[in-house]
Write a protein that binds this ligand. Sequence first.
Ligand code: FAD
Length: 326
Amino acid sequence: CSEEEDYQLVQESRFALGTYNQVTVYAPSEEEGQDIMDAVFTRVNEIENLMSINVEDSDISKLNEKAGESSVTVDPETFHLLDLGKEYKELTDGTFNIGIGTLIQLWDIGGDDQQVPEEAEIGSLLNHTDLNQLILNEDSYEARIEDPEMIVDLGGIAKGYAVDQAVQVIKNHGVEHAIVDFGGDVYVLGGNPDGNDWRIGISTPEIGESGVVGRLFSSDMSVVSSGDYERYFIENDQLYHHIIDPSTGHPTDNELSSVTVISDSALEGDILSTAMFVMGLEDGLDFVNDLEGVEAVLITKSKEVYLTTGVSDLFEIMDEEYTLAD
Ligand code: FAD
């Protein structure tokens, strides 16, 4: 009998982190598969309750509420992500900045109050995104925002972290083959039980399109995309999407329509895909080429697909409207 028949495929999708989160495991039995699902989503809920800006008593809500007033003691997990946020702001030359929470709130893209704000308001909030104002004490896990008008938002980092944690839970249950897909932040554990790599579709970065530009062959990797087609609104024929350029306070406007990062950490992929999207094609490619163990697929608005060297043999175009750049 084939290896595949030794497994029970169990799949479930639950809503959390503002998105649908799909988990597929090849478990020894249906019952064990269900236990794994419960354990995974319990873990995801823990992370959401610590890090969501929309949960009233989360660490992040408390930290933001006390901005300019006092320190709050946060969970070591929250502390770790705040610390990484500061580190990656430096590494990405400010293109990834967890301190732009007020701008994210002002635009509220995908939310009930989404709007094109006044330029003056954007200009004024740009003065309150300095992450040096976020003070972290690693001995006591205390965090403090000095600037009373600054807030932090982990929306660009915590989903990737949740994916990695979900994978850890699945591994702890002894499962060797699984796919975790939290709203486009994907991790493929092991290879496909048929003995081949997984085939992961890279979404067509166009509004209203549900197809794929191509597919990537991969095992034991995270594949995380950021794009302008996911969360957006249109006003006066202009598209406003959710990836904010911290240098302008506006949705990023360059030649890119999506960036997919392939690495061994969804957390890192989440951060880097957002950062590279803000950097644009040339700077994004230069940036990723200097990183070890990180590959990328960048798709432009003019339907050209750029691949880093490490994935050039692992990606196959499926939509003939798109062409591979040299
Ligand atoms: P990515 O490109 O990975 O990230 C974009 C997100 O990062 C933006 O939505 C914004 O939050 C933030 N961001 C934008 N620009 C930058 C930048 N330059 N630097 C740093 N960060 C940036 N959505 C809901 O609708 N309701 C909810 O209750 C809700 N709760 C959530 C709770 C948690 C803990 C998390 C992690 C997410 C939640 N979300 C919720 C979803 C969230 O608002 C984003 O849509 C989602 O995290 C974006 O992920 P992405 O992979 O689509 O985009």
